[in-house]
Structure formats: structure tokens, C-alpha cells
Ligand binder design. Sequence first.
Ligand code: ZN
Length: 530
Amino acid sequence: MSSILVVGVFGTDGKLSTTAQTIFTSKFQDNKFLKNNSWVGTDRSVELSLLNVDDVFETSFTLRNTIEKIVFVGVAQKEKKPTENSSVFELSSQYSQQAVADRHEFVTLNQSIRNQVTTLVESIKKDKKDEKFVIYFDDFNGHSQAVAEGAALATWKFDLDFDKFLAPIFGRDGLLLNSFKALPSATENDQKQFKTGIITGSSQLFSRYILELPANYCTPIKYCDLLKLKIEKYSLFVSQEFLSAKSKINVYDEEWAKSKGMGSFLSVTAGTSAPARVLEVVYTNNSQKKADEYDLAILGKGITFDSGGISLKPGEGMKEMKGDCGGSSAAFGAAVAALELELPLNIITVAMLCENMPGPDATKPGDVVIAMNGKTIEVDNTDAEGRLILADGLCYLSEKQPEVLLDMATLTGAVIIALSHVTAAVYTNSHELFAGLEKASYQTNDYLWRMPIFRDEYLGQMKSDVSDYNNIGGRPGGSCTAATFLSEFVDFSKVKKWAHLDIAAVTHTKAGYTGRPTRAIVEYMQQLSK
Ligand SMILES: [Zn+2]
């Protein structure tokens, strides 16, 4: 089995990372190889096959006799690491030019490392084909998490068969577990960051996988099977004991939803023969709280295929609507990561899973449905179905009285018009919650940007003659009206902090499905756990 060493090189003069400086002999560091390469920018990597071990490695370097190849990776010019209180994380309302510049630099460096490592690992994989190999990674001056994320993201290989997709990545003999390693000489903190990066990177991959699956391979029932398989058989790093003690998967059927009064949710699934499900993952690992007291509840939109229903979408591009479950896939990706990281939190994650189809029993434009909180909704357009399923989900999770309630959905096309594919939109009643999400978003390069809720004004666009609300509010501010509608189904006497993330623009970009903003949510969870 071959071993490869990946080392970070910074700046124009080929400066090795601090850790790498202790590995290589000064004779090697002084030679013209490093000095003669221009390392500025973010697209340079150079391979070096070993000549004489004694010329290259210090005798104290543990792996000196097993490394067969070294790859030097040039990353952005400057190394910058913001502290907790640095201006990098000032709120968006308090921008200074310096804060923007600092933030840009930090973001650029992490992103640069992640992209470089992804490209590198992809090419090694291609080169090695089925041959086994181990890659040891330098810490890139304290950026081990970004390094590991880049490596994890490179393991992507789609397969229609759940097991065949999951096993090579997450299985005991998988690529991820056995092939990527931090240097044995890395600090304890860097080892920990590396492990975190493997988890967060692979959680994004899992989210993306759900989106890529064709709708006939990812019906609500099959979706539940996939999540069970991932958690029960392919959770990274955690023991079976931990899993069975701390996590529980509940799958609820339509009868259960009916008994809860989820008329809004059930109206969406009426036009399909594929049974709907409500999928719930309960994770309890906060010893300071009772099992039913939640630090965080996350709700995800899980439309496994959206034809638009009777308000049918145009045929062109409709196949992309297999990915209308991006809110739920990001939610579960993050939930799985919380478990794998053993975060000391209690988290309940729920997805409303169904198809939106125009079958004989489908909801018709003008029909009125009743949500779990008794509010009536006129379904003016059956293609605005995401808010209908989330309305009941928000009522359901409000009853759990979580400290923070997040919902995520590929909700509107309007958000793409507003923000392009750069950032997801956040709507929230809490400055504090937004500050946390914003910080998490910058740390992960997975952007979240705050948008407004003006209740009376936006609801004014959603008036109905026959019910409390119309489910659409016209073209102006389409993402804002949808968010305001959702806020009507959060019980603010039970939930103090709520945020809705409209993620349609980032889940699916020109490059394809992304699995965003999974890493940002995991980062937010890590903040919560501190
Ligand atoms: Zn729709």
C-alpha cells in the first residue's frame, strides 16, 4: 500500500507550514525546488517523488520510511486566523472596510485549502484506481478541518444502490475511514479538527446524495430506509452503544399525521399514490437537560418530487425537482454530523416527506385546507406546496418547545432572483440567532444572509376571501411572503428563537446539487454546544 504526504506551502517564496518545517531537513528546505516555484495563488500543486530519505526527512519523522510521494500544495498568499473577538465576525450591520477585508482573507484561505485538497485527492483517486493508499495531511498551519473537508468531499461517487454509495465512503473498509490521516505528529487539537472535517465534509456528501437520487429511488418510504441505513450501519466514529443510547428514529405515517390534524401537509400528498411520511430523528446527549427538552429543533422540506401538482410546472427542467427535498437533506446531514461529533446537545430533526403530483385526488386550486393550529389556507397555487407541508411541521415542532427552531426549505424561485446562487436567505425573529448563523456561515464559506419579515405588509399580499391565508402572495418579494406565511405557524409563546432558511439558490447551482448549507448548520450546532 502506498503512502502519500500532502504538505501546504504558503506565499510567494514557498514557505512551508510550521509543522512541515519540523519534518523536512534544512538541506531540503533550502534547495531550489521550493524557492524556484511560484506559489502565489490557489491553483498550484507539485508532486515530488522521493530520492534519498535522509536528504529529505528529519530522522525524528515517524513516517520517513513509509512515505513514497510528497505533494506540495500552494495556497493563498497570507495566513490569517481570526480570533473569536476579531473584526472578522462583526455583524453585517456593522461593516467596516477592515472587517470586510479580514473576513475576505480568512474565507479565501479556507476555501482555497478545501478546493486545492479536493482537486488533489480526486486526481490521486483517479491515478490509483482500485489500489489501496493512505494520504497523510499536513495541518496547513492550523487549518486541518478545511483540509479534511476537502478530502472528504473528493470521495463522491454516485451509485443508485444506497449500500454501494455509502460503503466505500463510510464503511469500515472505506476510503474515508482508512485512507485519510492527519500526521501522527499533529497536535491533539489538529487531530480533532481533522476528524471534525471528515465528519462535516462527508455530511455534506450525504445531503447531496439524497438530492441526486432520482425520485423513483427516493420515495418518502425509501428516503426513510436510506436515513436508517446511514445512521444504523454507516455512522462514522461512534459505537453501537452510543448510537442506541443516544439516538432514535421515528417514522410516522399518514394516519398519524391525520390524528395530529396535519390537513395542510396531507393536502399536498393527496395527488400521488406514494405514501407520505414524517421522519424524525431524536438525538439526546445533553446531560444538563431532560430527554424531551431540546436545544434545537430542525424542520426540513422533503418534497421528493415536485411536479407542481394541478398547477403543473413546465416540462423543461422539471426533472430537477427530484431535488426539492434539499431542506430535509441538509437537516439530516447536519443531524448525523451532530451525532458523529457526539455534540452535547438535544436535537430533534423532522422532515415532512411526500410527492407533489396531479393525480385524481390532488388538491385543486381554490381548495381550502386546515393546518394543525386550526388556521385555514386557500391553496391558490398547488405549486406553492413547500409552505403547506412546513406549516404543519412548524406547529408540530412548536409543541416540543425547543430553545431554537430552524426550518430549511428549497422554498422559492424568488430567492434566486434576489440573491443568485451565492447565499441562502435567513428570516428570523432573533438578532442573536442570526449572529450565530452568520458567524457559522462565514466560517464554512456557506453563506447565509438576512432578509426581512414585515408581517402586516407581506401578509397583506396573501389575503383570501374564504380563509385566513392565501398560499401565494404574487411575484413581488416571493421569498419574503413565503417566510412571513411560515412565521404564522410558529407558536411564539413556546418558541423564542426561530429562523427560516430559504435555500433554493444554494442547494442547486449551475454546477449541480451541492448539499449546502449542511456544513454551516453543523458549525452552528458546534457553537450551540459550547
Ligand atoms: Zn412547488
